[in-house]
Write a protein that binds this ligand. Structure first.
Ligand code: NI
Length: 139
């Protein structure tokens, strides 16, 4: 069974505030670009992140990666930094980055990828709302 490539996913949730705003643009330009997402005092989302690791099941354990371990990696290296935080000001790895879903998912990849030692990180999907989500595959 070791020649099988299997995709293993773990979901996690966090709640955070952000404001979409570029300092080099005027208030009017920010409003035109980001609309209500540029609201001066921010707004919040309940985000869901799905992390997928690909690999061959280990011949002994049968696991690609132990999901308890994947949960711990996601919590320790991503969720604890963003949950109940202001993404514009509180998160070291988002400093100077507009916290769009696109930029958050790429930052999440950089946080998590170095810690995946079984299988390989394949995809991270980030839901900002039920209907709006982005994916990053490390490219
Ligand atoms: Ni938003």
């Amino acid at each position: 069974m070791t020649s099988l490539k299997v995709y293993v996913s773990r979901k996690a949730h966090f709640s955070a505030a952000h404001r979409l705003y570029h300092p080099s643009l005027s208030e009017a330009e920010n409003l035109a670009l980001f609309d209500k997402c540029s609201n001066a005092n921010g707004h919040g989302h309940n985000y869901t992140v799905e992390v997928t690791v690909a690999g061959n099941p280990d011949p002994i354990s049968g696991y690609v990666i132990d999901l308890k371990k994947l949960k711990r990696i996601i919590d320790e290296h991503f969720i604890q930094f963003v949950d109940h935080k202001n993404l514009n000001t509180d998160v070291p790895f988002l400093q100077g980055i507009i916290p769009t879903a696109e930029n958050i998912v790429a930052a999440c990849w950089l946080q998590i990828q170095p810690h995946i030692n079984e299988g390989s990180l394949y995809c991270i999907r980030l839901y900002e709302t039920e209907n709006n989500f982005v994916e990053y595959k490390g490219e």
